[in-house]
Design a protein. Sequence first.
Length: 303
Amino acid sequence: MRRLLVLIWLFPVLLSAQEVVKVVTLSEFIVASEPDLDHEDFIWKVVNDSSFYQAYINLRFYPHRYTSNLTVFNKGGEKEQATLFREATLHRYDRMAWVTIDKEKTNGRLYNRKGEHRYLTAEMFDDVFFPRERYYPTTEIKSMEQELTNASTIEKYKSQLKKMLFNPGQEIASVPFIGNKVALFSDEMIEYYNFHIYHTVYEGRPCYVFDVSEKEGNKKNDTVIKSMITYFDQESMKVVMREYVLQNDIMLFNFDIHIKVLNHIIDGIPVPKRMEYDGFWNVLFKKPEVIQFDIDFYEYGIN
């Protein structure tokens, strides 16, 4: 209790009464192998972490080069139906940013006769990593929130998928039936999970690992995030690696997605290094999709 009082004193502006309750409640579920770690302090940082989402936002801000591979499989996942390889560059000049595709190779029926995407996941992939229009980038998180009250159903699904991919563990109020289930640290959801904290070395960096796994005995749709393991750089507490599994099966849509993201920390700034996606996604009135993609990001112009 003394450590908790010290924590509240250190963070009087950032830590509301509701967040104190959340930290105390979550701490009851934690299994930790780090006796010298201030668990309440660590949990508060985990619950309030924004560095993972910030890395995605920084990706759209800082110039860099990247290489991607995307593969579409048949419904069973055994046979390749289409592939897409790209090399690209994100440019910055003054306040404007834009992407050029320097090299592209496709195989199979990736597009329809109008040149439009046949697959929702591939379309989302393009929207996120290969925007066609020039835009004014920013590193502010709240400016990335999308107002979609007048958007089409498909646009809303794409927005929700992006939020699940790049900000897992936070509630998505706009998603029917599952929005509250992705809020890992809510009082309603923590009882469905096992939480572990331990220490490791990752790519030469001492890291704390926060390991979340679904408890045995849960019903199929009790949770959406089935597991999530996060490596926090011990010095900066920024996320350097996160791997997670999302699953859901309802009539409106169902999915089974495995994602792994590796981050750089360059001059204190988190940016993605590599992303791996392996997922099944099925939206009502659309054909099921089994798609894998990986992207390597490099040569950031942060300085």
